[in-house]
Design a protein around this ligand. Structure first.
Ligand code: DP6
Length: 332
């Protein structure tokens, strides 16, 4: 009998949280302490080809063209969830690549695990409904649960111990409110403290952590209403507040997590000045120094031009909102 080979290629894009996720209620199942709300981008991509192959003795992972032990361990552990689901032990070869800087605060783990989850589900013919795919993607990375979907997406923290109610769902599709995001790259260095380690440190040591979790639902309600009402000013207010509150939690962590550099701060001031002058823009920043300026499409060019003049901004990238994870090719 010939060995079956199941193969699928999936693509996913990073998402940017407007109401942030920072902290878990369970580390093992990767359950968030609170919900979050995000937008999925369309200009940055992860593409992943996965091939389950009975002749392989171990998983063989090529990450951005290189064999990397840490990434191989993470991906292998993630694929184990799918192998358990399918009742198989077959190893896989994985080729995954990002067309944007990895591990620099651009949500590469979100698009990475969303693409891998979709490819694995398809290759093994698991027929997973979208919310089940989101649950599995969450096991790889909390933010990956959101990249399963396009446009505006809400992640629910859930209350169950098994995490089956902690998944993302679409709120509004990208075409319904086509905002533009200008990303200002202020450093290409890989960050010192990963989100995973940083949020655990914050939970254990930041005196602001409990207040942060306690205010999440109010921010989520306000942001959800702003999205449904296409209310840019309201979304700007709640998004900047959520971002700054998360960074306050980070700063008060011991030792303090300072993800910003000088250019990050300059960008914040420049974007606030633009908004005060009538430009439709607000900022958000994740666990890294890049600044994401969310704008009304007609203002994106002016925002990009303004950000490019700031010393320390190495590059700007412009993106619309995009679709969720999707299959590009499959044998299954
Ligand atoms: C600052 O999803 O990378 O980007 O679940 O531990 O993999 P893990 O964390 P991750 O954290 C993202 C944190 C953030 C905010 C956000 O995307 O909501």
């Amino acid at each position: 009998m010939t060995s079956p080979i199941w193969q699928a290629t999936a693509q996913a894009q990073p998402n940017i949280a407007l109401v942030k996720y920072w902290g878990k209620r369970d580390d093992t199942l990767n359950l968030p302490a609170a919900g979050s709300l995000s937008i999925t981008l369309d200009a940055l991509h992860t593409r992943t080809t996965l091939r389950f192959d009975e002749t392989l003795a171990a998983d063989d992972v090529l990450f951005n063209g290189q064999h990397d032990d840490l990434q191989t361990r993470k991906i292998s552990a993630f694929l184990d969830l799918f192998r358990t689901h399918a009742g198989i032990a077959t190893r896989a070869s994985v080729e995954t690549a990002n067309d944007f800087p990895t591990g620099a605060g651009l949500a590469s783990s979100a698009s990475g695990f969303a693409a891998l989850a979709l490819a694995a589900g398809r290759a093994l013919q698991l027929q997973l409904p979208p919310h089940a795919l989101s649950v599995l993607a969450r096991r790889g990375s909390g933010s990956a649960a959101r990249s399963v979907f396009g446009g505006f997406v809400e992640m629910t923290a859930g209350t169950r111990d098994d995490g089956e109610d902690a998944f993302a769902s679409p709120l509004l599709n990208a075409a319904a409110w086509p905002l533009t995001v200008v990303v200002a790259i202020t450093s290409r260095a890989v960050k010192d403290t990963s989100s995973r380690v940083g949020m655990d440190d914050s939970r254990r040591t930041s005196p602001f952590y409990r207040a942060w979790v306690a205010t999440a639902n109010a921010d989520l309600d306000a942001a959800r209403e702003a999205v449904h009402g296409r209310d840019f000013a309201r979304l700007a207010e709640v998004s900047e507040a959520s971002c700054l509150a998360m960074h306050a939690v980070m700063l008060a962590t011991r030792p303090g997590l300072i993800y910003w550099n000088a250019a990050t701060v300059e960008c914040i001031h420049a974007l606030r000045a633009l908004r005060a002058g009538g430009t439709g823009v607000f900022f958000t920043i994740d666990a890294g120094p890049q600044v994401k300026a969310v704008c009304l499409p007609e203002h994106a060019e002016a925002v990009a031009m303004a950000l490019r003049t700031i010393p320390g901004v190495a590059e700007t990238m412009v993106s619309g909102l995009g679709e969720g994870a999707r299959i590009i090719e499959s044998d299954a």
